[in-house]
Design a protein around this ligand. Structure first.
Ligand SMILES: *Cc1c(COP(=O)(O)O)cnc(C)c1O
Length: 395
């Protein structure tokens, strides 16, 4: 490679190392269970988004194998060409029933759903109002759209209203938010957002990536805690990659909105359809989540136990009210050292640093799952508290 480029890459990497922001790929032999295996060592898995354990579920594996045997391993073409198998249509109907919505569209990932949908919905003449802690894929979608980007302070609806008020009345407005924030584990104030979007004639889109499969009626998402609320939200997006244990994502909304996206969303048009095996597993995951509430309740209970234990020990867990529990330590170095010590003690949990979270709020992001037993969590919190004391994070 040209020496100028090599030097450029090397200097960027060096500055990342200097600020403890450098990242490395680490091999994990298994991570689909409550305990994962890394370097041959068993670690309690508090690092995955496989919240219900469905990624290792035998019924999902069988459904994936069955669909693969019937249709092959590849999506073969874009859905608009010849990649639109009956599996797509059938699962989209199941999503409609699950989400109680007019239309649903399966897309390839949560990332491409947000990037594609937002850049299709708005353009450089429009304004997007986005929570400061929204996921990177939302930010990227807004940047790609060329729309004016107004970031409101996290969950600060007064700030949002001020921004809405100061925008020209004739401008088209989109409000977008995560329903459960991925690095903080707190919830968006959906009722207030609906009130504001109605008052200012905006479109409201929600991202249920961390709530789908867990919260709301039949695990349909946080918005579905109240059916009327769900109906008032224009566009719902959610993923099959987290609690659902598969891969891929969905967007739901009115028939005309989904037809518009099918015709304009470039990350949908110019990509190969999901592999049939993945679709088979998705169908099964939806069935399981709709039928079986035990694991969802268990997850919520595990979250409550874990949060309470850490909070009582004196940790700063932000505003978490869910199964995602951050322990905020501040500096990048402190977060890295904490996660290293956790690993030595038999716990896998990741140090999250900027740009994933704001400067000086580096943290350990713990995520409990429905598979964790009371013993697992009790054992883990004891070790976390001990390390917290050694590191001076708590006294
Ligand atoms: C993980 C995540 C995504 C991306 O979903 P993938 O299916 O992993 O691409 C989008 N939005 C939020 C809020 C997420 O946490």
């Amino acid at each position: 490679m040209n020496l100028v480029w090599e030097t450029y890459f090397q200097s960027k990497l060096s500055s990342l190392i200097e600020t403890s922001q450098h990242r490395k790929l680490m091999e994990t032999e298994h991570a689909e269970q409550a305990w994962l295996v890394r370097n041959g060592k068993k670690l309690l898995n508090l690092a995955s988004n496989n919240y219900l354990g469905l990624a290792g579920d035998e019924q999902l594996k069988e459904a994936a194998i069955e669909a693969t045997k019937k249709y092959g391993t590849g999506g073969v073409a874009s859905r608009l060409v010849v990649g639109n198998y009956p599996l797509h249509e059938e699962i989209e109907q199941r999503i409609c029933a699950w989400k109680e919505t007019e239309k649903a569209l399966i897309v390839n990932s949560g990332y491409t759903a947000n990037v594609g949908a937002i850049s299709a919905l708005v353009n450089r003449h429009d304004i997007v109002f986005s929570d400061k802690l929204n996921h990177a894929s939302i930010v990227d979608g807004i940047v790609l759209s060329g729309a004016e980007h107004k970031r409101y302070r996290h969950n600060d609806l007064e700030h949002l209203e001020k921004l809405l008020k100061s925008a020209k009345i004739e401008k088209r407005k989109l409000i977008v938010t995560d329903t459960i924030f991925s690095m903080d584990g707190d919830k968006a104030h959906l009722e207030d957002l609906v009130m504001l979007k109605e008052k200012y004639g905006a479109l409201l889109m929600v991202d249920e990536a961390h709530a789908g499969g867990i919260y709301g009626r039949n695990g349909a998402g946080l918005a579905h805690e109240c059916p009327q609320l769900a109906k008032s939200i224009d566009i719902h997006m959610g993923t099959f990659s987290k609690a659902m244990g598969c891969y891929g994502a969905y967007i739901t909304g009115s028939a005309v909105c989904i037809e518009y996206l099918i015709n304009t969303m470039r990350s949908f048009i110019f990509t190969t359809a999901l592999p049939p095996g993945t679709l088979g597993a998705i169908g099964k995951a939806i069935d399981i989540v709709r039928k079986d509430e035990t694991d969802r309740y268990r997850l919520i209970e595990n979250g409550r136990y874990f949060r309470t234990a850490l909070q009582e020990a004196g940790f700063h867990i932000g505003d978490s009210t869910t199964h995602i529990v951050p322990v905020i330590v501040g500096s990048n170095e402190a977060a890295l050292r904490f996660s290293m010590k956790l690993q030595e003690a038999g716990i896998a949990a990741i140090a999250i640093r900027p740009p994933t979270v704001p400067q000086h709020s580096s943290r350990i992001r713990f995520a409990v799952t429905a598979q964790h037993t009371n013993n697992d969590l009790q054992w883990a919190t004891q070790r976390i508290v001990q390390i917290g004391k050694e590191e001076g994070v708590i006294s």
